[in-house]
Design a protein around this ligand. Structure first.
Ligand code: HEC
Ligand SMILES: [Cu+2]
Length: 486
């Protein structure tokens, strides 16, 4: 690298100094005397063990039990997961730089396979894998000293690795820097990974693992925390306006790299790749490599449901890589106004607009027939509804209910008008499946809502009835009234 490519000489000196300090801190961590012993507190996602307040290194005893268990991968889709601790992702482990970890890998006697563990926090052959191959009903013990701080992935490394990792064998270990992490209101554990079932996405029943698909890198599911809908609805992460949130984000793979993004929330600070040394600020989307991690921190400014996704969006909306963070508290109209007007946009020259200083609300053109209404409604749907309810109206299991063949929609058109105009934020059942998400209140015009509902009713074996603007006007629930209730 050209020296000139650094902004200033000061920066060069700082970098060299950092390099030297790094070697020194590893050496210091190696030599750090061990005082006392404790048993590690392990947690299941989305929970994280409490921060460490010790000011010395200690011996931390970790007991991690491998269990092969059947569980739910998606609505009606069962899967035999291979787990570190009973769930996917594996238990979160939290230690401090300089700690000596005495690691016990226990392979439950009911399991059918040998397993081991490769912790990316370990300096040693296989990250511990070479020392931990364990048959069912056995336990392996090895120890390591945590020389480098950071957020690290661990995973099984038993052959065939793609199969062990593909079945859910990964988790994370945080090695806190000596000075600790800043205090925040919430810490959460979120880990993305990809699953390869023999049946296609959505095919019900107990699904066997597909070696062929994992080798072809063709996942059927890409999810957070081990299942479609693991972190949505009443299982969403929560915070209040003004709270600071820290997300420990990992990617277990085995194949897919994540473009991790929070819709409607900028990350104030990101520790790229889980490295503590070089935080970046004001980040929109951060890459989380397969077998890697990142830490994202931010303060909530306004209430709402914030959707966490892999911004390779088909994965989020079609394969499951979608989580929710629900934030309650007062609005801040200075930070975010909400929709103020629905104006028809007319490109320059398309017609003179009155420039009286008063904003003019131009209404959508009135449909002259049911066919025209359906055509106009298709556009309203594509612009406003499709993102959640999907182009084919099927919704997303456990997150967004279907409009196609929906008994809720077809059962009562006045209720449908109220749902769209007033929003919906309470548990409801559609075609026998429970949902508890947030349907926003739409401030679209009477015409637009009549059009979109008529369009929806005309599609996907729905009842075919027409909704008129007069009906919308009559049954409209004021969005404003609903919003201030929150
Ligand atoms: C941000 C995602 C999102 C968008 C965009 C969205 N919805 Fe919804 N919708 C939901 C959720 C979530 C529910 C379920 C709410 C609950 O669980 O209380 C829902 C429920 C519904 C229901 C009742 C349940 C059913 O399946 O019949 C209807 C009807 C509906 N939405 C229509 C629409 C229409 C029309 C639009 C576009 C104007 C739209 N939605 C846009 C998320 C969304
Ligand atoms: Cu394994």
């Amino acid at each position: 690298m050209r020296p000139g490519s650094f902004g200033s000489g000061v920066a060069v000196v700082a970098m060299l100094a950092a390099g030297a300090a790094l070697g020194a801190s590893r050496e210091a961590n190696r030599a750090d005397p061990i005082v006392g012993e404790e048993t590690a507190v392990l947690t299941d996602a989305p929970n994280v063990p409490p921060p460490i307040h010790r000011n010395h290194a200690t011996r931390v005893v970790v007991h991690l039990e491998v269990k092969e268990v059947e569980g739910q991968l998606a609505d009606g889709v069962r899967y035999v997961f291979w787990t570190f601790g009973g769930r996917v992702p594996g238990k979160f482990i939290r230690i401090r730089e300089g700690d000596e970890v005495e690691f016990h890998l226990d392979n439950h006697p009911d399991n059918k396979n040998p397993h081991n563990i490769d912790l990316h926090a370990v300096n040693g052959p296989g990250g511990g894998a070479a020392a931990s191959l364990t048959a069912p009903g056995h336990s392996s013990v090895f120890s390591f000293k945590a020389l480098n701080p950071g957020l690290f992935v661990y995973h099984c490394a038993t052959a065939p690795v793609a199969m062990h990792v593909g079945n859910g064998m990964y988790g994370m270990i945080l090695v806190e820097p000596k000075e600790g992490l800043s205090k925040v209101d919430h810490e959460y554990y979120l880990m993305q990974s990809d699953f390869y079932t023999q049946g296609k996405n959505g095919e019900k029943g107990l699904q066997p693992f597909s070696m062929e698909k994992v080798i072809d890198e063709k996942p059927e599911y890409i999810v957070f925390n081990g299942a479609v809908g693991s972190t949505t609805g009443d299982k969403a992460l929560t915070a209040k306006v003004g709270d600071t949130v820290r997300l420990f984000v990992g990617d277990g793979g085995p194949n897919v790299v994540s473009s991790f993004h929070a819709i409607g929330q900028i990350f104030d600070t990101v520790y790229p790749e889980g490295a503590m040394s070089a935080p970046t600020h004001n980040v929109q989307t951060t890459t989380v490599p397969a077998g890697g991690a990142a830490i994202a921190e931010f303060r909530m400014s306004v209430p709402g449901t914030f959707i966490l996704v892999d911004h390779s969006l088909e994965r989020a909306f079609n394969r499951g890589a979608l989580a929710q963070l629900k934030v309650t508290g007062p609005e801040d109209k200075l930070v975010y106004s909400g929709k103020q007007f629905d104006l028809v946009y007319q490109p320059e020259g398309a017609g003179a607009r009155a420039a009286t200083g008063e904003r003019q609300v131009v209404l959508a053109p009135a449909a002259r027939s049911k066919e025209e209404r359906i055509k106009l409604g298709a556009e309203v749907f594509a612009n406003n509804c499709q993102a959640c309810h999907q182009q084919d109206g099927q919704g997303v299991p456990d997150a967004f209910p279907p409009l196609a063949g929906s008994d809720y929609l077809n059962g009562d058109k006045i209720r449908a008008i109220k749902t769209v105009t007033g929003g919906l934020e309470q548990p409801l059942t559609v075609n026998g499946k429970g949902f508890n998400g947030v349907m926003p209140a739409w401030t679209l015009s009477d015409e637009d809502i009549a059009n979109v509902l008529t369009f929806v009713y005309s599609k996907w074996d729905n009842s075919g009835q027409e909704v008129t603007p007069q009906e919308v006007k009559l049954h409209r629930v004021t969005a404003g009234a609903k919003e201030t209730k929150e």
